[in-house]
Design a protein around this ligand. Structure first.
Ligand code: PLP
Length: 325
């Protein structure tokens, strides 16, 4: 019940990854046969990821997960703009992988507007419009919130961003592979996704970068990923991410129908049988697999522990906001 935190790796995905830990261990930058095999795996995965989101394969940059993709988008895009373009717009409910890069930008002289959201966690388009200034270089609004499951009005924001020549990023870690996602329909320039949310391996992800968008890299080294993300590629992880995207695209509609049925049944059961509850997820604009409920009079952590003892995993907040040891 906690697959927004992470998912198990699909055996089909594991099957594709294993050879790259074994005999096919080549470095994709080597020109001999072993290297070329690894390069082919990376290129194939790039097509699989691009195919799932309606992008061109040249627009996909592999990263070590959603957090790195968000950092590369926010820092990389903002820092690529020349001064005085030093204003960023985001929302108060973004994942820390967006909020903390924004705070870093503030510490080096950028201005950041953190937009409020309504009771369902939705950004108001009017607030975005009113916040735009001549200095705005980047808007970063998540596609769907990881705790609430509420979807944000991206296409409208994207239209505004394009009119004003502002780069538009979305953190789509919770939506890619869960609902149909198309970068042109959403009108985004940058989009982050993560493998382990969609039955792929942990530590793999990607950033979609629309042609023409300039990024300043976060790290300096070799020319992998066209210089936008240096370091020898995580070939097994990338191959696994590619396969996870292929499977997600293939089974998407069946999975949506099944998970929506389960989610709605749970929501109805809770609503009919319990008093003093509040559904926090937007009633229509939500992901098919996320339900956020408040239960009056019981601490979230107590409920999580009690359900855990019955073998049911739920969360009272994002896993990555919990204290680490
Ligand atoms: N963004 C959102 C909305 C998430 O839910 C997560 C993961 O919890 C991330 C970013 C970070 O992704 P990763 O765990 O791949 O670094």
């Amino acid at each position: 019940m906690d697959h927004s935190a992470t998912t198990p790796t699909d055996p089909e995905v594991l099957g594709v990854m294993m050879p790259y830990y074994g005999n096919h261990y080549g470095n994709p930058s080597s020109i001999h046969t072993l290297g070329r095999e690894a390069r082919e795996a990376v290129d194939h995965a790039r097509q699989q990821v691009a195919g799932l989101i309606g992008a061109d394969s040249s627009e996909i940059v592999f990263t070590a997960g959603g957090t790195e993709a968000d950092n590369l988008a926010v820092l990389g895009a903002a820092l690529a703009f020349p001064a005085p373009k030093r204003h960023v717009i985001t929302s108060a409910i973004e994942h820390h992988a967006v909020l903390n890069p924004c705070r870093h930008l503030e510490s080096i002289g950028f201005q950041v507007t953190y937009l409020p959201v309504d009771v369902w966690g939705r950004v108001n388009i009017k607030d975005v419009k009113q916040s735009l200034t001549k200095q705005t270089c980047l808007i970063s609004i998540m596609h769907a919130n990881n705790e609430l499951g509420t979807l944000e009005p991206l296409a409208e924001i994207g239209m505004m961003a394009r009119k004003c020549n502002v780069a538009f990023h979305t953190d789509a870690v919770q939506t890619v592979g869960r609902i149909p996602v198309n970068v042109d329909e959403l009108r985004v320039d940058l989009l982050s996704l993560s493998s382990h949310k969609i039955y792929g391996p942990k530590g793999a992800g990607a950033l979609y970068v629309r042609k023409g968008i300039t990024l300043r890299p976060l790290m300096y080294g070799g020319q992998q990923e066209s210089g936008r993300r240096t370091g020898t590629e995580n070939v097994p992880g990338i191959a696994g991410l590619g396969k996870a995207c292929e499977i997600a695209g293939r089974d998407l509609m069946d999975r949506i129908a099944y998970i929506r049925y389960l989610r709605d049944r749970l929501e109805n059961g809770i609503t009919i049988n319990m008093d003093d509850i509040r559904i926090n997820t937007h009633p229509e604009e939500h992901l098919p697999h996320v339900l956020n409920v408040s239960f009056t009079g019981i601490a979230g952590e107590k409920l999580v522990r009690e359900l855990d003892m019955k073998g049911i995993s739920v969360s009272s907040g994002a896993a990555c906001t919990a204290d680490s040891v």
